[in-house]
Structure formats: C-alpha cells, structure tokens
Design a protein around this ligand. Structure first.
Ligand code: M6R
Length: 587
C-alpha cells in the first residue's frame, strides 16, 4: 500500500515522478506529494487527493532529483499535513509501510517535540536528521536499525544529489537508465522507462546517483543483486479505449485463462515432483484469492481425493497450524505482496512445510519464499477489484489439481481453452443493465449458490460491495433459511447462481423462499429448464453450458460485469473504490 517513486539524473525530475506516480495509484490514492532537490534545497508540493491534484503546482519544483508518494492512510487521516514527503532538516522522506514502534521512538528521541503530522513516517525523517553528522549512510543505517515494522523508504538529503532507498518487508525496485536511475514500489511505475530492474531484498540500502547504483546490506557491506528484465510492459497499462481498467481487465479474462494454461504446461513436471506423496492441502489467501481457494478445494478433493482446508491468511498465520511433511500449503496472491499471505507462507516454511505460490507476480516476495510457483498469467491488473487474476487463479488451480490427481493435464487445458472462447462471447453479448439497475436500487444484495456456485457467490458479493458500496453477502443457498431470510424484503435483490443440475431443485427452493418474502430475484444459470421454470418470477441471465467444474469462470464474468455496471450507475469509480488499495502490504 502506498506507491513511492524516486528519480535522479533527469531534468525536471518532479514532472517525471508525477507521471510515474500516476501509474502506481492503485497502491493508494487518498493523498499525494512530490519533493525535488535543487541547489542544495528542497521544494515540496503535497496535498490530500489524487496525484492529479498536484497538477500545475509541480512546475515550481526544479532539479534533477525528486521523490514522490501516493498514499493509503494507515496512521493519520488523509490530509495535506499527513501527505508525504515529510521534510525535516536536511532530509526528505517518502515511506510505504508501518513503523510499529513509532510512538516509542518518538518518546525516546523526541520527547516534548511537536511533530508536523500524525504519521508514523515522520519519525523516520526526524531520526535521520538526529543521527546525521555529515555521513548520510551512517544516519540511514542507524535509523533503519531502530525501526520495527515494514518499510520501503526513499530518502533525499540536501547534501547529496541522489537518492537512498531502504527496504524491509515492503517492496522496492531499482530501475536503470542512461544518465539517470530510478526507484519505485512496483515494476509498472517504470514500464517503458527501464528495461532492467533489480528487486531489492529485505535489509538492503541502495544508493542511486545519476550514473551509479550501489547496494549495501544493513551493515553497509556491498552486496550484488541480480538485474532482471522489467516484466511490466507500457502497452499493458493502456486502457485500450475502455473507460476503466476494470472493464478492460474483464475483457482480458479469456486470455488470462489461456495464457495461464500455456504457462502451466511448462511447469507441471516440477510441480508434480513437489506434490508427490502429499496427503493434505491447506489453501490460504485473502479476499478474492481466498475465494478462488474455495474453488480449488473442490478441485483437489474431487479429482485427487485429498482433503483440503481453506483459511484466510490473516487467520491462518495466528493459529498453530499442524504442518507435516505430507502437507502442502498453497498460498494464492495476485500481487504476491499481501502481508498476511506472505507471513503465512513464512510461517509454513519456519515449520518445515512446503509452500506452493499461485501468483500473478513472478518477482514478488511470495515467489521468493515459495518452494514452487504456479504462474497466473493474467498480465498487469491495475483496477483495485480483482477480475482477470481471479479467473487465472481458477485455471491454475484446476490444472494443479489435475496434476496432483495424476490426470491428463493436456485434456484439462483443452477444456479451459474452450471455456475461454465461451467467455469471450459472454463478455461481448451479456446485457447486465437490468440486473445492475435492480441492484443499484436495492438496500442489500445477496449472492447465493451451492457447492461451486456458492464459491462464486462469495466473489460476486465481494466484488459488488467493494466497488458499489451496497451491503452484500455471499451465502450457501441452504443457509438462507437459517438467518439471512430475515433480511429479505422488497428492497433487496438476491442473485442465485444455479449451474449444477443435481443441486438445482434445492437452489430453486431458495428462490421460492425469497419470492414468498417479496424479495427480488435474479438467476444466473446454464440450465435451460431452470431458466424456463423461473422466467416469469425472476430475472434470468443465461450462461453457456460447459464442463461442470469450469462453470465458475463463466459465472464469475457475469458477477464481475454486474459489479462494474452497478458501480457506474451509482457514480462510483470502479477502479479506485473508497478506502481501498490494491496491494495490502500492512496488517
Ligand atoms: O494481491 P492479493 O491477491 O494477495 O490480494 C488479496 C486481496 O487483497 C484482494 O483480492 C482484494 O480482496 C481485491 N481487491 C478484491 O477485489
């Protein structure tokens, strides 16, 4: 959470930082700021609001070195004062993360001193100045040694025309240019600018000047870090004529499925080796990743007969999980950065277990921890709401479960290809307008289903509440009568997903129970007779028939389109929902 950028060696560096910060707004967007360094002094522009609110004011920021920040507030409300950079004495700092012991540090080193902001971050800039005796690196070393928590810090000192980056637990990358060097939270910020990057490791301190990058460990011993090709492509950041990233990314669902298939085939042998002899699986992740785990559970249990538990990473990491050498933990994360998921994976490793990462981010923290990686090839996902990464995760889990079961992966890939084709059609031809209108006028929207349909219901609900702010829940259809039915009245809409013939009569009972309480109902189904039976009573959205295990991909696209359209009807910004950020790197 929070996006940070630093540039040194570029004329008008502040303008360049501004442009790059905009590409990182998915990491947080409640306030923004840029500071530049010229003639040994700082100029600053920061305020509450999005990066564009800095607009014309940054033309007053001169110099070839600048740092910038787009914030997701943790300590201190979104405000001009709490926006980064924070400047004190000879230092300017932007920070991503949480300094957990900031109150203690403040008491110990600055008792009675009034700070300019309510942030935890300000303590870092104060400490830098406190320890500075002309040796910048020594001040940085002393400061970071005191910080407990997570941080990616980008630092300028007015005595030095360059940038210093310090990293612990939060991501930081270095980008190499010609006569200029860069740093950022994430590769997309440097897409089209740096073809080579270095992903910093925890404890690293990097010093950037216009023509050199030197990396040290926490004790200031020089270390060598690998340069890799920048995985982010500028073309992927283009909206391609779509009004929002969310729509663009839903349209990319078909290719996220096929590309994930293609990538999987290359890694399946290695994965087979890792999973040989496994008797129990635990799947963990957060939000959408957790929801795709619910689908994965069904695949492993049905195809391979292996018992699976699915736990949100935030819960799992604080339990005392029983991990044996026959347990595999599958950690799912689009970003590979989510703090709870990364910490859960570390816990498993500490307990001697195996971790398989299912991720869309090949160079993330999670991939470094994992024993094996199942790639999700969704491409860059910018919208805060996950869409194409969810369907990519489903495809990856499906193939992984076939591998574990010793079944024909090529046949599975063929089925996924054909579902991908159906998805293309569905996205193009589904008219979601009436259902979105029903939802937009409702006080509550309930998503119901059984078995795999229930798993998609949880995701439909998450998507809708996340970007429309309508209260919503996803329930197993059978649970309705155990409490939720009390919420049903004329002002509610229930979206019932019915794709399994054997369970259809049971889910139809739920529809009748809702209708009897005057609730409005929509049904997403691939069963002709269900559509026929309910067409007078409910709004029907038909999806094509396909392999029963893959219908979640098709119904997922419908609930994603529904959330998108409802959000627009309510004049929300689907790409940047309130209070949220894409990568949740704090607890
Ligand atoms: O990057 P991750 O997959 O680990 O992110 C996990 C969740 O934060 C994420 O899926 C979140 O729930 C999405 N915004 C949902 O659309």
């Amino acid at each position: 959470m929070c996006g940070i950028v630093g540039i040194t060696g570029v004329e008008g560096a502040a303008g360049a930082v501004y442009k790059r910060l905009k590409l990182l707004e998915y990491r947080g967007y409640d306030s923004a700021g840029i500071a530049s360094l010229s003639d040994g002094g700082f100029s600053l522009c920061k305020r509450r609001g999005r990066v564009y609110s800095l607009g014309g004011d940054i033309k007053h920021l001169h110099g070839k070195t600048a740092i910038g920040h787009t914030r997701w507030a943790t300590h201190g409300k979104p405000s001009d004062e709490n926006a980064h950079p924070h400047i004190f004495g000879k230092f300017a700092v932007v920070h991503n993360g949480i300094i957990e012991n900031y109150a203690h540090l403040k008491d110990k080193y600055f008792s009675g001193v009034e700070f300019n902001s309510e942030t935890d971050s300000e303590v870092a800039v104060r400490l830098l100045q406190h320890f500075y005796d002309g040796d910048i690196l020594s001040a940085v070393k002393k400061t970071v040694k005191l910080l407990v928590g997570s941080f990616a810090l980008v630092i300028m000192c007015s005595d030095f025309d360059g940038i210093i980056v310090a990293k612990n637990k939060n991501p930081a990358i270095i980008g190499y240019g010609v006569g200029a060097n860069y740093c950022a939270s994430d590769a997309p910020a440097l897409a089209g600018l740096c073809s080579e990057i270095t992903v910093l490791s925890d404890g690293d301190i990097a010093v950037l000047t216009s023509d050199e990058v030197t990396i040290y460990d926490g004790d200031l011993k020089r270390v060598v870090r690998e340069k890799i090709k920048n995985p982010a492509l500028a073309s992927e950041l283009d909206l391609n004529g779509c009004p929002h990233y969310m729509l663009k990314e839903i349209r990319e669902v078909p290719q996220s499925v096929t590309k994930t298939c293609d990538a999987y085939v290359c890694t399946s042998d290695k994965l087979r080796k890792y999973l040989k002899g496994i008797e129990r699986i635990i799947i963990t992740g957060c939000g959408t990743a957790y929801n795709s785990g619910l689908i994965g559970k069904r695949y492993f249990e049905s195809f391979a007969g292996i018992p699976v538990e699915v736990e949100t990473a935030g819960e799992f990491r604080y339990k005392q999980p029983i991990i044996t050498d026959k347990t595999a933990v599958i950690a799912i994360s689009q970003s590979g950065e989510t703090a709870d998921t990364v910490e859960a994976a570390k816990l498993v490793k500490n307990l001697g277990g195996k971790v398989i990462a299912v991720t869309n981010s090949p160079y993330s923290e999670l991939t470094r921890i994992a024993d094996a990686v199942v790639p999700v090839e969704a491409g860059q996902e910018i919208c805060v709401a996950a869409t194409k990464s969810y369907t990519g995760q489903i495809a990856a889990l499906y193939l992984l479960a076939l591998t574990v079961a010793g079944k024909d992966v090529a046949d599975g890939a063929k089925k996924l290809y054909s579902v991908s084709e159906l998805t293309k059609n569905l996205i193009e031809h589904t008219d979601i307008g009436s259902l979105a209108d029903m939802c937009a006028r409702s006080d509550g929207v309930y998503f119901l289903g059984r078995d795999l349909d229930y798993a998609v219901a949880t995701e439909g609900s998450l998507k809708l509440k996340e970007i429309s702010y309508i209260p919503s829940e996803g329930y197993p259809a059978g649970e309705l009568k155990h409490g939720t039915l009390a919420l049903i009245d004329i002002r509610t809409t229930s979206v019932v997903i019915i794709t399994d013939k054997s369970l259809a009569p049971k889910s139809e009972n739920a529809v009748e129970q809702i209708l009897s309480r005057r609730g409005k109902v929509a049904v997403i189904t691939n069963l002709k007779d269900v559509a026929e039976e309910l067409k007078e009573k409910a709004l029907i959205l038909e999806i094509p028939e396909c392999d029963k295990y893959l219908s979640p991909i098709l119904s997922a696209v419908i609930v994603q389109l529904l959330a998108y359209k409802t959000s627009l009807l309510l004049c929300r910004d689907p790409d940047k929902p309130r209070n949220l950020a894409k990568s949740v790197t704090v607890e």
